[in-house]
Design a protein around this ligand. Structure first.
Ligand code: 57M
Length: 363
């Protein structure tokens, strides 16, 4: 909005033209909004959630002390991100709307789920099938809009491979592929969100990584130097605009971490984990880093894979591979202190982000 008012409409504040300036402004807006508003938001969540525990009985014993911690703190994350993007983003870009649209829709699914869990005083919420169906429909709808109504192409980019030399065009199958990436990422983040700061740490790392990747995919310097061509990655016109969203996600994420760090004063809830995960998955699609995102999101992938392996192993052999899945529960039951698990998973996410970024140069 400010972009339109200050630059497009008047052209009198030239600096607003640059996505890099607006990204910094969006990050700062979301960070400050979060830091200022969380204390009263947490107090309010506590007062309305009094008496409802969101800790399941089968959770490791150490979690029962968390029964009084309010959840749904992710609602403010979502609002801070959307507010910053509406303020600082170039809203004439369809990619920005697809990104904000998918993120918000997953937030809504998560919100309904959280609300039902709290209202019905049980920790089940929406049925798994309904939840997944809503996610698939919402995502496929938005990606179809992108596919049919914009010039977004359906070629796939592989890490370490020169995009100009190998770029298979998978046509409409791309809609299915992108949908699976987005829904998968959202649910993987949701499963990771089981210890204080465990999910938001890697979310912040990923948002920074995608800020760099989006800039590299879109930037044209000195009017003709196409950064993507130099790096041999897909050049996506307007992708640098997505840095505004990435920075807002980073800023809001850091403000949330302030209150979610061990011992947490608030949890993000499904409204936060599903929306943040969907946002990251959509960034992977919009910057054509769907496959590299499996590395960047390695911590989330590890967590969801541990569940898949555990379930398959138990069904086939009656034996468990992990003491408990998702993976963080395994280490809790092994006796690792919660902060140790969290910080080690963060370290892994930072290392994987560096590998993901290195793939930019190795083509
Ligand atoms: C939800 N929710 C947390 C909080 C957070 C298929 C199956 C593997 C699904 C999985 C599952 O339901 N996962 C997703 C995980 C819960 O956190 C709430 O949920 C929101 C995120 N969705 O924002 O509102 C609890 O996590 C703890 N927490 C923190 N700090 C935080 O910052 O400590 C959360 C955020 C909170 C709090 O205690 O109450 C959760 O863990 O419930 N199911 C499982 O994870 C179950 N695994 C399992 O059954 N494994 C089996 C099979 C199926 C693979 C096995 O290993 O044999 C475990 N979940 C729990 N206890 N709670 C089982 C034990």
């Amino acid at each position: 909005m400010l972009y339109y008012l200050l630059y497009q409409h008047n052209q009198w504040i030239n600096v607003v033209r640059y996505p890099s300036f607006r990204a910094i402004a969006a990050g700062a807006t979301a960070l400050i909004a979060g830091l200022l508003l969380y204390p009263s938001f947490i107090r309010w969540l506590k007062s309305v959630q009094r008496g409802s525990s969101n800790v399941r009985e089968d959770t490791p014993e150490t979690h029962q002390v968390k029964a009084g911690t309010p959840t749904m703190g992710g609602a403010l994350l979502l609002v801070a991100i959307m507010f910053s993007c509406l303020l600082w983003g170039d809203l004439t870009d369809i990619k920005m709307w697809v990104l904000m649209g998918i993120t918000t829709q997953f937030g809504l699914v998560g919100f309904i789920d959280d609300y039902r869990k709290l209202r019905q005083h049980d920790s089940k919420g929406l049925s798994g099938k309904v939840r997944l169906l809503a996610q698939f429909v919402a995502t496929a709808g938005m990606i179809s809009i992108l596919y049919f109504f914009s010039d977004f192409d359906s070629r796939v980019s592989f890490p370490v491979v020169n995009f100009d030399l190998y770029n298979p065009d998978i046509g409409w199958v791309y809609i299915v592929f992108a949908t699976v990436v987005i829904v998968g990422t959202a649910n993987a983040v949701n499963m990771t969100d089981g210890l204080d700061g465990l999910a938001i740490g890697p979310v912040i790392t990923s948002s920074f990584t995608f800020l760099v990747l989006a800039y590299a995919a879109g930037a044209v310097l000195l009017k003709s130097f196409v950064v993507a061509d130099y790096l041999r990655i897909p050049h996506i016109e307007g992708a640098e605009e997505l840095t505004v969203f990435c920075a807002a996600l980073m800023g809001a994420g850091i403000s949330f971490l302030w209150y979610n760090s061990y011992p947490a004063s608030v949890f993000m809830g499904d409204v936060g984990s599903l929306s943040m995960g969907a946002g990251l998955g959509t960034l992977a699609v919009l910057t054509k880093n769907e496959i590299v995102s499996a590395i960047i999101h390695g911590v989330f992938l590890m967590e969801i894979m541990s569940v898949i392996i555990q379930v398959i192993s138990f069904k086939l052999t009656g034996k468990r591979v992990f003491r408990m899945a998702p993976l963080h529960h395994h280490y809790e039951l092994k006796g690792w202190a919660e902060p140790k698990i969290i910080v080690r998973f963060w370290i892994i996410s930072i290392m994987l982000a560096m590998v993901g970024l290195a793939s930019l140069k190795l083509r």
